[in-house]
Design a protein around this ligand. Sequence first.
Ligand code: F6R
Length: 241
Amino acid sequence: MNLQVFDTYKDLSRAVADMIGQVIKDKPDAMICIASGHTPIGVFEGIVNDVQSGLLNISRCTFVSLDEWLGIDPSDQGSCLSMLRRDFFDRVPLNQSQVHYFDVQVSNPEEECLRIDQLIASHGGLDVMLVGIGTNGHIGMNEPGTPFRSRSHISELAEETRVTGQKYFTKKTTLTQGITLGLAHFSEAKLPILMANGGRKKAIMEKVMRRRASERLPATIIHQIQNAQVMVDREAYNPEG
Ligand code: F6R
């Protein structure tokens, strides 16, 4: 694991966008998994700017959305897909075949998990997987207790996720289950990036950095991934205390 600490969210976001940009320059047909939520917004901003100013060409990349709420209409503005569309997909020139996500309207979500796993495998794995961290240490919707060897699966949301997830919705929304890429996808990605910013993540980041890898705290998987990049701002984690 490699840790980089930045003074501001802006610097952090720029560095993560550059890291992903470099992968795309080296491998134009890279497959990139991206989280939704508040953490990566600045990264998307950076990539969008690079694409719009002609510095980066993403015309051969494929993007895979990390997860989705089950039981929520994908058109709801709090769905992971709506967030990614607003913050990224709709702001860059992409055709449909470049964008992949869990379809939560299928009759068999287990089959949907297999479909996404096969898509990733057929590509030879993920080149980049960018994830945030929940205040309970989750990655994607891999809640505490999820096996490190997990691939795409249906997840029972932890109480903390059901509560904090409300921030994405305009009205009180019942969140019970999710569908998510697994922790094995993260450890096998060529460039796994865990990003965290802001004081709200300070307590969990301290715990994750202090503890050894344990399935009780999913983000601690970083300790057993040699090439994992932990990218934080100083508010989220300050190694000097
Ligand atoms: C989002 C996701 C979640 C978030 C995490 C942090 O697709 O999978 O695990 O990354 O809950 O959320 P934010 O970034 O909103 O603080």
